[in-house]
Write a protein that binds this ligand. Structure first.
Ligand SMILES: NC(=O)c1ccc[n+]([C@@H]2O[C@H](COP(=O)([O-])OP(=O)(O)OC[C@H]3O[C@@H](n4cnc5c(N)ncnc54)[C@H](OP(=O)(O)O)[C@@H]3O)[C@@H](O)[C@H]2O)c1
Length: 248
């Protein structure tokens, strides 16, 4: 996949960090890779990468505090330069409370909704002018032109839910799926592709050690999958990492 710029949220660890590593090691690495995290000063893995990769910029994105988003947009805009938009926004940051019916409470529901659904929507809204700018350079609806990719999960599929439980995570990611579909409808006229992907069960802090897949393997699979998003047929859908379109 060849793009000028990409921004990944939740990039200091887990799948987000691996996305950043893989974008940086592409044969035609983007001119600008923006790695969003809550504590840029403490993001050691990203700081180490920055010493080697001059095209990497670590930026502040805290989904609990979206009041600073405009400052971050200005930093990104400054790096991109006049008229150069942002090609890909990858909304990856998330939290997962698997509270069942006995445990679930208002706090865990609101916390997961704030970070997993409201957060990506606010980030998408804040970076819209830069995505529109990239889209205005022409071409068809495609990931290499301008796209928002939301990292969702298979357990948020309402149709495929046959296990119950996991209220905060499942419902907040189901809301993210609706946000994905809604944005795809609203932004079609702007030539911005919007899709959600399910990365499978990963060996990260969230997925735990019993998970079945490594982040490097999955980030590669997902980059290959995203690279196929080259027409309007791909917008507004939830993709399993295998490429299967999952029912919402
Ligand atoms: N792991 C799995 O098995 C699995 C399965 C399906 C889908 N997913 C999805 O894949 C994505 C990546 O998951 P992962 O396994 O890599 O998770 P992870 O290892 O727990 O990493 C989560 C990332 O999100 C960031 N984050 C959390 N709260 C944030 C906030 N308020 N503001 C900004 N960033 C915040 C974390 O930053 P801090 O270090 O600052 O907390 C971290 O960078 C998520 O969207 C997840 O829902 C994962």
């Amino acid at each position: 996949m060849e793009v000028n710029s990409v921004l990944v949220t939740g990039a200091n660890r887990g799948l987000g960090l691996e996305f950043v590593k893989q974008f940086l090691s592409l044969p035609n690495s983007p001119k600008h890779v923006f790695a969003g995290c809550r504590n840029p000063d403490k993001a050691e893995a990203l700081q180490d990468l920055q010493k080697i990769h001059k095209n990497l910029t670590v930026i502040l994105i805290d989904l609990n505090d979206t009041s600073k988003l405009q400052e971050t947009v200005k930093v990104v805009q400054g790096k991109l330069g006049e008229g150069q938009g942002l090609n890909i926004l990858l909304n990856n940051a998330a939290v997962a409370s698997g509270d069942n019916l006995e445990k679930v409470n208002q706090e865990s529901m609101i916390d997961n909704f704030r970070i997993n659904a409201v957060g990506p929507l606010m980030v998408s809204k804040a970076f819209l002018p830069l995505l529109r700018s990239a889209a205005s350079h022409g071409g068809s609806l495609s990931v290499t032109n301008a796209a928002i990719i939301n990292i969702s999960t298979g357990v948020a599929s309402i149709t495929e839910n046959d296990t119950g439980g996991g209220y905060p995570y499942r419902t907040s990611k189901a809301a993210l799926n609706m946000i994905t579909k809604n944005l795809s409808v609203d932004l079609k006229k702007d030539n911005i592709l919007v899709a959600a992907v399910h990365p499978g069960w990963l060996k990260t802090d969230m997925g735990g050690t019993r998970a079945t897949m490594e982040t490097d393997e999955m980030a590669k699979k997902l980059l290959d999958l995203m690279a196929t998003f080259q027409s309007e047929d791909y917008t507004g859908k939830l993709y399993h990492f295998s490429g299967r379109v999952m029912p919402f």
